[in-house]
Design a protein around this ligand. Structure first.
Ligand code: ADP
Length: 265
């Protein structure tokens, strides 16, 4: 696979209003599509989060805990439907900006075991990348060989795809400038960490927490835990604030940008 492959994640905090149920941030989606298009990246996989679309429905039916009774099954359908509604808005914006985007639905190509990816169908995506297409995936409800079903986070997908396709870089676009010494939304003074090593992360040098918003898959703490295996494979990871114009563009171009670089060490 191309050594130039970038796996880009657009956080649910960016493309939706996490405080309002099923509310997209159309302006942000449009701007993201524009920045990605302007950056003219040669090989790209895009993953987006669920924000106020997937998480609330998944929580309502306790999907993350797995299958307990038949009344949850409709919750699986509804969670997936909520995600497809958000995904279609992202797809429209991408294709309108001449990005060769193609949806890859995780619920149809991933099976998890106790919430961890057990199998993922990579062949079509490999061919898509070779064809110059941009596979677009998202956090989704998936079937689980142990629990019945599970919620697969976009973050887990990012790491798995980056490792499987030998990506050169991961860019995580979120609603904060990067990794801080503490949760920047907690009210206490937190400093942006510009560069961090795997060892720093493992030693929990910084106070990393979950998300304040309804999020069944874990905030910044969940993100870091998921990314560690990819960073271990020497895939450079950059966290930037995608709610601020041109940060994602600069990150894709490899230009200097405010954010956090995470390296193996
Ligand atoms: P997304 O929806 O973009 O995937 P999340 O909301 O799940 O992102 O996680 C990012 C959130 O994690 C941030 O908005 C922030 O409030 C929180 N967070 C907790 N600890 C930290 C930290 N040390 N540095 C940065 N963000 C943190």
């Amino acid at each position: 696979m191309s050594v130039k492959l970038i796996v880009l994640k657009l956080g649910g905090s960016v493309i939706t209003d996490k405080k309002k149920l099923s509310t997209p941030n159309l302006e942000a989606i449009e701007r993201m599509a524009d920045e990605i298009s302007q950056a003219k990246v040669s090989s790209l996989i895009l993953v987006h989060g669920g924000g106020s679309f997937g998480h609330q429905v998944a929580k309502q039916y306790n999907l993350a805990e797995g299958y307990r009774d038949p009344s949850q099954v409709i919750g699986f359908s509804e969670t997936h439907r909520a995600m497809t509604k958000l995904n279609i808005l992202v797809m429209e914006a991408l294709i309108n900006h001449n990005i060769n985007a193609i949806v890859v639905q995780p619920s149809s190509c991933v099976v998890t075991k106790a919430g961890r990816i057990q199998s993922i169908e990579l062949k079509p995506m490999k061919k898509m990348l070779n064809m110059g297409l941009v596979p677009v995936l998202y956090g989704d409800a998936v079937l689980d060989s142990e629990k019945g079903f599970a919620i697969l986070s976009g973050d887990q997908l990012v790491a798995s795809l980056a490792i499987n396709f030998g990506a050169s870089r991961i860019i995580m676009g979120g609603d904060v400038d990067g990794l801080y010494t503490a949760d920047p939304k907690s009210g206490c003074s937190a400093k942006l960490v510009q560069r961090v090593t795997l060892e720093d992360l493992k030693n929990q040098k910084h106070e990393i927490k979950g998300s304040k918003a309804t999020d069944v898959t874990g905030g910044m703490l969940g993100k870091m835990r998921e990314l560690i295996p990819a960073i271990e494979q020497n895939i450079q990871t950059l966290i930037v604030n995608a709610t601020k114009p041109l940060r994602v563009y600069k990150a894709i171009k490899g230009e200097e940008v405010i954010g956090t670089i995470i390296e193996k060490g």
